[in-house]
Structures are given as C-alpha cells and as structure tokens.
Design a binder for this molecule. Structure first.
Ligand SMILES: [Zn+2]
Length: 81
C-alpha cells in the first residue's frame, strides 16, 4: 500500500515537473514576440511599442500612452477650457 502511494506521489511530482517545465519553455518561446509590446501607463492594455507614445519622466522612468488614452486626455482638457 505504502509503495503504491509513493509511486503515485512520484508520478504526480513527475507530471507537475513536466507541466511547469512546459510552461517555462512556453514562456521562453513567446518572449521574443513580447519584446515589442508595452503596456499603456493609463489603461494598462498591451500594445505594440510603435503604437504608443513614449515619454521619459525624470532620469529613468519611461511611460507609454496609447492613442485612446491620449484622445481621452485631450477631451478632458477640452472640457476644462
Ligand atoms: Zn491607454
């Protein structure tokens, strides 16, 4: 009985390792594709970098803004004035 439980545990561990290993590999292969993607700093949606406006704040912080958010900001400014 104990041997069966041990074997089951071992199998379970093996399956888990395979599963996480697969996930890790999957992440690695999709990484190059995501290099050109960046999140908009306002709506947090992912876009291609070329679709975003990039602004440096201070010495190091880079912010990205998508077209929709910029249009919304522009509209907000219009309401104020
Ligand atoms: Zn946005």
């Amino acid at each position: 009985m104990a041997v069966t439980v041990l074997a089951a545990l071992f199998l379970f561990a093996l399956v888990l390792t395979a599963f996480f290993g697969y996930k890790y590999l999957g992440k690695k292969t999709t990484a190059p594709e995501n290099i050109n993607n960046e999140k908009c700093s306002i709506c947090r949606q992912k876009f291609e970098k070329k679709m975003l406006i990039e602004r440096q704040i201070g010495d190091y912080k880079l912010l990205y803004f998508c077209r929709e958010c910029i249009v919304r900001l522009y509209a907000d400014l219009g309401i104020k004035n």
